[in-house]
Design a protein around this ligand. Structure first.
Ligand SMILES: [Zn+2]
Length: 134
């Protein structure tokens, strides 16, 4: 019943994307800051957060696909490298079986099994051979 209502509401709408999720995330952070710190100055954060939340919902419920896609593409051009870096850091943190390092020549990120001692590494990107202790 509720699922059908949501499906009918969202039919033809743009939906959620990276920019909308970012706006909702910023709203949550600003809301937490303004609710934890009860100073008069931080009410402006509440207003900014509410404006971002409304913008996020406007984007999700919008029917103008082209403008929303262009906005999201512009956002990803700016935030894409940061998002990639965060994903890589999370992957490195979770992977306990490999050690990660970058090629000294081309800075390509490489990985090797952990605990193998001193090994010769050949970069797949530029072919540089170098020693690495894992
Ligand atoms: Zn390389």
């Amino acid at each position: 019943m509720i699922r059908n209502m949501l499906q009918r509401l969202m039919y033809g709408r743009y939906g959620c994307d990276a920019l909308s999720l970012f706006l909702l995330g910023v709203y949550v952070v600003l809301y937490l800051i303004s609710s934890l710190v009860r100073l008069q100055v931080f009410y402006i954060l509440d207003l900014i957060g509410t404006a971002l939340l409304l913008w996020g919902f406007f984007r999700i419920l919008s029917r103008n696909y082209e403008r929303r896609r262009a906005e999201n593409a512009a956002f990803l051009r700016v935030a894409g490298p940061v998002i990639q870096w965060v994903k890589m850091r999370r992957c490195i943190h979770r992977d306990k079986d490999h050690c990660y390092f970058s090629c000294p020549t081309c800075k390509q990120m490489l990985r090797a099994p952990r605990g193998k001692g001193k090994i010769h590494v050949t970069c797949r990107n530029c072919g540089t051979v170098f020693e690495k202790k894992t």
